[in-house]
Design a binder for this molecule. Structure first.
Ligand SMILES: [Zn+2]
Length: 493
């Protein structure tokens, strides 16, 4: 067992794509890992989404403890608020290792902004507001970083339009460039010191899978190999890391969840309204918004129309806040609900159902109704108390969660009420969505104590690797046993 650890993150990477491509000779790095390393499925969180999964992997606590259920949450005044890493109260594994004097480099891991100083260098990832923010520490490195990587983005863009072929071309180029740039930044950072822990994450695989999944079924599409091409860029760097660094480093290859096809969006708030659990305010403005929704106007159509009329700048270039301010005047939002009468509402990308009061009878009633009405579509439904095995849930976690066949999701925040039917085509033009199983690889091959690891096991595993005590609050277990693997010359006598 090595003394240093290289954490190689690939957000949303799935064996479902990697294994056949590696077998076909298209991914030599992954082939090396599959042939010579230890590889397993890694069970994600419920829901299997980046802002929930990464905090669990990075801290060792479940979503019922860290309280993140989505990129956003509803605050006390029912406004949509972004979840920030600084609100996570448990230490990241590198914070613990930093305190133990280990030299740390962390690069582009999602949901890490804003962050504390580490004993080394840290660059935050997805959900960093932009390069003007304090995304790199020590701060003194920022000028050098920006000089070397002036076009650095924390993730590729996420807007595509079926009516605008150029939007696909642009996103595809961005995904390729994002993967290349992440590898360039990682190489630059790696060379800066002799790191005990080096952690990097590629975001482009997740993004390209979301928007280009459908083209894998279309042999004549120019984007038929779009996802493969992004994997190949990551694979090239993986091969280099496995070949060059495995003498000194134990390499851990990780994804926070898997991926698969997305076929539809479900608007569960309409179902909750029909069932008499959710009520809108009875004002002329809300009635007008409901009429617009029934006529089929959703945020995408309204922004498209507004940009044609010159009311807002072209979609994709306007700021989220400007866009939301404009849309809030025209589309239904949480502010339009009658909160005195509403007993349940759906929120977040995975549409968990929140009860407005703790009520066991209501919980059972809604669970029963869901099982009955979505018999064909549901693959899983349960209370969060059962899912996380706890009686205590933070307010930010829904009371009921479910998964639907073919990865159907509920579109979050500005889209929460915008379907005029219960199920529609994916409204954001996504054709890929997450799956519960991510990937875990260890290279060189390692004896594993656990055959079905989950994200809660990552922090205990990394701390155990460095022979650091695992905090009592960590729910998972170390999947390797470093102590047993120590060679004679490593043991102090
Ligand atoms: Zn993710």
């Amino acid at each position: 067992m090595k003394k240093k650890l290289f954490f190689f993150g690939i957000d949303s990477a799935t064996w479902d794509l990697i294994v056949p491509w590696a077998k076909a000779g298209k991914l030599p790095g992954f082939w090396k890992l599959l042939k010579q390393g230890s590889t397993l499925d890694l069970r994600s969180t419920m829901p299997p989404i980046t802002p929930v999964a990464w905090p669990t992997a990075m801290t060792g606590v479940s979503p019922a403890v860290h309280g993140f259920y989505d990129f956003y949450r509803l605050d006390a005044s029912r406004q949509i608020t972004v979840n920030l890493a600084s609100e996570l109260s448990h230490a990241f594994f590198w914070d613990i290792l930093s305190r133990a004097g280990k030299k740390i480099a962390v690069c582009n891991l999602p949901i890490t902004y804003p962050f504390k100083k580490v004993n080394g260098i840290m660059i935050s990832g997805l959900m960093t507001p932009g390069i003007k923010a304090d995304f790199i520490k020590p701060k003194s490195l920022k000028p050098e970083f920006l000089k070397r990587f002036p076009k650095f983005h924390f993730a590729p863009g996420t807007k595509v339009s079926k009516n605008d072929p150029k939007s696909y071309e642009l996103r595809f180029k961005e995904n390729l460039e994002d993967a290349r740039e992440t590898a360039r930044v990682a190489k630059w950072l790696f060379a800066k010191d002799d790191w005990d822990l080096f952690a990097v994450n590629f975001m482009a695989v997740d993004h390209v899978q979301h928007f280009f999944w459908e083209f894998m079924d279309q042999p004549n599409s120019p984007y038929h190999d779009a996802i493969l091409k992004v994997y190949q860029i990551v694979d090239q760097y993986l091969l280099e890391v496995l070949t060059k660094y495995s003498d000194q480093y134990q390499i851990m290859i990780f994804s926070d969840h898997g991926a698969g096809k997305l076929e539809k969006t479900v608007f569960l708030n309409h179902w909750l309204r029909e069932k008499g659990y959710l009520y809108f305010k009875n004002t002329p403005l809300v009635l007008m918004k409901r009429l617009l929704t029934n006529l089929g106007f959703n945020p995408e159509k309204l922004i498209g129309l507004a940009s044609k009329l010159g009311l807002v700048r072209k979609a994709g270039r306007i700021k989220m806040q400007t866009r939301n301010r404009f849309l809030n005047k025209l589309i239904l939002s949480y502010a339009d609900l009658d909160w005195h009468k509403t007993r349940a509402y759906s929120f977040g990308m995975y549409g968990g159902i929140f009860l407005t009061q703790k009520n066991k009878k209501l919980l059972t009633e809604i669970l029963t109704a869901l099982r009955q009405d979505f018999k064909k579509e549901l693959t899983f439904v349960d209370s969060s108390e059962n899912i996380y095995q706890t009686k205590v849930l933070p307010k930010t976690i829904p009371n009921i969660q479910f998964l639907l066949k073919e990865g159907a999701i509920v579109s979050t925040n500005i889209y929460a009420f915008s379907g005029n039917k219960l199920f529609t085509d994916p409204i954001t033009n996504k054709s890929g969505e997450h799956r519960i199983n991510g990937i875990l690889g260890l290279y060189p091959k390692t004896d594993l104590k656990v055959t079905k690891p989950c994200l809660e096991d990552i922090t205990p595993t990394i701390l155990r690797f460095f022979n650091e005590p695992v905090p009592d609050y960590c729910l998972g277990q170390a999947i390797i046993d470093k102590a047993e693997s120590l060679s004679i010359d490593e043991i102090e006598i």
